[in-house]
Design a binder for this molecule. Structure first.
Ligand code: SAJ
Length: 421
């Protein structure tokens, strides 16, 4: 079978680039989103997210008539669900967006359609999608009911692309494809082969769900190891970046880098999907989450003790006279993404706590988020010139010059090892 039309539900960081890739291969793509602003932006041939090269593809495919966005579904050969899967207050996954995506597409489903769950999901979510769709469409059969003879085919194919490199990685990365039956997988492989040049490797749905969670948990555990080392080394007066670079010279050691904590909407979230399903077993994965979540508190304590040192070295001044500069508030370098950013949390908490000036340097944004009650967005030059304490939170390329800025080392807290690079 060939796929002449594809619908993508959720036009965010993953859904929009995926929709654009299908459209660039001359498939007729309907993007479905609940936001009128997102729909209008895309139909104007523009994008609402920052992702290199994506604007060119969206502009071209919308102008050529292969990509359109709307809030209502229409019949298609395949439907991809790429909606958020956050967690609730108790770290339990929130599948309500997936459920409402099912409700949205159910009325237009017809015999032979393929449904792909792309959203990162806890084990069992793909089966759940099949159950929800079956509730909405009792006139059709689904794989969990009758296996290979099903009317509707359902598979999980988790996205694995790195923000900032999405356009290239969507094409080049291998894809793990887990159908609820072998025929579901076969159809899904055929669909992705429209633009994927990497291998499409087939497994079952539960393994595909767990594979994605495992990849991000592996990275989280490795970063937690680096963060724990940084806390140990601080106590033992050892330079953790030098230590890690020495250890990584061993042919079978590859430790990641410590930092102010783990941010973004993936690595700090996905491990909880394993922990919430198997709390007694997932001990190391939970511990890694706790270590990485604790790191921002540790950084704040470091700043407080630097402020106390500064006060005791300068008995004539009060805390109000001390100014603190925070360099970077995004969740990783050279992007404008503030989602789940530990650096942002640290900077905001310092503005709440500190009675003097808190200067924020963030070259990738134009104004501070409204959640900041204090703090001033300033240029790097101004912060270097005026601050008493310099807290490096993100290794943006613009901050390379801090290494040659003549700021005394005793005034710097470098959470990213920028001065060692
Ligand atoms: N970080 C460190 N030390 C490191 C590497 C990262 O502290 O050595 C921090 C970053 O500063 C950031 C956080 O971890 O705060 C996450 O950044 P990241 O670059 O590791 O990952 P993401 O969230 O941008 O993308 C990840 C990727 N997963 C893996 O590399 C296993 C990506 O391939 C996934 O598609 C994405 O999650 C996702 O959507 O799940």
């Amino acid at each position: 079978m060939s796929f002449d039309s594809v619908s993508v539900v959720g036009l965010g960081y993953i859904g929009l680039p995926t929709a654009a890739m299908f459209a660039s291969r001359k498939v007729s793509v309907t993007g479905i989103d609940v936001s009128e602003k997102v729909i209008n932006t895309i139909n104007d041939g523009k994008i609402h997210i920052v992702e290199p090269d994506l604007d060119i593809i969206v502009h071209a495919t919308v102008s050529e008539g292969y990509l359109k966005a709307q809030d209502t579904p229409e019949p298609s050969d395949a439907f991809l669900i790429a909606v958020p899967t956050p967690f609730k207050g108790d770290h339990e996954p929130d599948l309500s967006y997936i459920r409402s995506a099912c409700e949205t597409i159910a009325p237009v489903l017809k015999r032979g359609d393929l449904i792909i769950l792309e959203s990162t999901s806890p084990v069992g979510a793909t089966e759940q999608v099949s159950h929800w769709l079956a509730e909405y469409r009792t006139d059709l059969s689904f794989p969990h009911q009758i296996g290979e003879e099903t009317d509707i085919f359902v598979a999980h194919c988790p996205e694995r692309v790195l923000p900032g490199q999405v356009v290239r990685e969507l094409v080049e990365n291998d894809r793990v494809i887990g159908g609820l039956t072998p025929k579901c997988s076969e159809k899904a492989v055929e669909l992705y082969k429209v633009f994927v040049q990497g291998d499409c490797i087939v497994t079952n749905a539960r393994t595909a769900e767990m594979a994605k969670l495992t990849e991000n948990s592996f990275r989280d555990v490795n970063i937690a190891f680096a963060n724990e080392l940084s806390i140990i080394c601080d106590k033992l007066d050892i330079d953790v970046w030098e230590l890690i670079s020495l250890a990584n010279r061993h042919p079978r050691v590859n430790i990641l880098q410590p930092g102010p904590g783990v941010g973004g909407h993936c690595i700090a979230v996905d491990p909880w999907f394993i922990v919430s399903k198997t709390p007694s077993e997932a001990k190391l994965i939970k511990m890694a989450r706790d270590i990485n979540d604790y790191k921002p508190d540790w950084v704040i304590e470091k700043v407080k003790s630097k402020v106390a040192d500064h006060l005791s070295n300068n008995p004539d001044i009060s805390i109000k006279d001390i100014s603190i500069a925070c360099y970077g508030i995004t969740f990783k370098p050279d992007i404008d993404d503030l989602r789940e950013s530990p650096s942002l949390d640290i900077a905001r908490e310092l503005t709440d706590w500190h009675k003097g000036d808190v200067l924020i340097v963030e070259p990738n944004i134009k104004e501070l988020p409204s959640s900041f009650k204090g703090g001033t967005l300033v240029s790097q030059e101004e912060a270097v010139k005026t601050a008493d304490i310099h807290l490096i939170l993100v290794d943006h390329k613009e901050f390379d010059m801090l290494a040659s800025s003549q700021i005394p080392i005793s005034k710097i807290i470098d959470t990213k090892g920028l001065l060692n690079q």
